[in-house]
Design a protein around this ligand. Sequence first.
Ligand code: CTP
Length: 401
Amino acid sequence: MLHGKRILLIVSGGIAAYKSLELVRRLRERGAAVRCVLTRGGSQFVTPLSLAALSEDKVYTELFSLTDEAEMGHIQLSRDADLLIVAPATADILAKMAHGQADDLASTVLLATDKDVMVAPAMNVRMWEHAATQANLETLRQRGVHVVGPEEGDMACGEYGLGRLSEPDDIADAVSNFFQSSAPLSGRRALVTSGPTHEPIDPVRYIANRSSGRQGHAIAVALASRGAATTLISGPTSLPDPPGVTVVRVESARDMLAACEAALPADVAVCAAAVADWRVAEMASEKLKKNGAGPPALEMAENPDILASLAAASNTRPGLVIGFAAETEQVVEHASAKRERKGCDWILANDVSPETGTFGGADNTIHLVSADGVEDWPRMTKADVANRLADRIAKTLETNE
Ligand code: CTP
């Protein structure tokens, strides 16, 4: 799960450089954005064009390129990344890193960075076993550089031994593990409801609402990208399943409640779904027909309140239960009353009065109501709301420990 992560991949020379193309794909499949730096040696084995096509970004090669320095200096390349990976890492680039040499773009970026660095060495077995390489590796390890591989096997040079570049999937796993273990919600379980519910009238008709699910889905992504094992229980939406999240698709409020209960225990539950308050008491088993007696009278029954049920669960209550409230006036007062009524810990009160443009818009204006009072958030995008909420959840769970 690398959603939202930015990786700077440095491809140095060596026959294994062809695998870097596959690595770009594997990292992007997991949600990462990948930008590449190609050394002069690396460009003997893969072309900048191939890397650019797969990364869908410009490939950086020259230290003293006027356009690169004007558009993006080598410092900026490192600044924009969450992690630097050198794959393949030749004996030469490892030596440069260990000794602080900076004579091309790749080595300059590596010397200028304050970000975590991962190397995946690849070289001839004798070069790998050489005391100089091993000493360089030891220096780098002590500085906190993460080392993946190499693997044992047949080498392009006809020899057999340690020195093969790890498989792209294994390198991508190491990257995922790196972010997972340094993630603030690592080891936590999160439950998020999202979207509308559909309440059936008969086999072909239902009652629904206009919820898009965008806010709930963004929250699931934000929690998962901080390391939480996240289950997203979603009513029908047109959104794709977010990567790295366990998605359970449901239709009705009662299905949503059952799926939530099945997903417990959880450290945090965020109820962002627009659950229908009412359902048709008895769904017709056959399609309702016009029989000349006028429109049918639909008897309604109250749906379970999922947020209140989760907050009231005796043994399985998540440590933090969070709901939303859509209000048009007296936003904080109504939200505070809702928090008390539903027994949840926080309510994100959503000002949906027409002048805010929140309904159907991309932005949200949130007031976080908790036992400690009210926090007014500035107007921001739904993705920013999700990230701010996830950071707040991580901090609170850590403090409550
Ligand atoms: N909720 C729920 N199950 C329901 C109804 C609502 O889990 N059957 C949750 C929603 O996911 C949301 C919060 O409760 O977190 C919203 O509560 P609700 O009472 O529906 O408030 P509003 O939508 O703001 O509507 P109203 O002000 O009319 O009560």
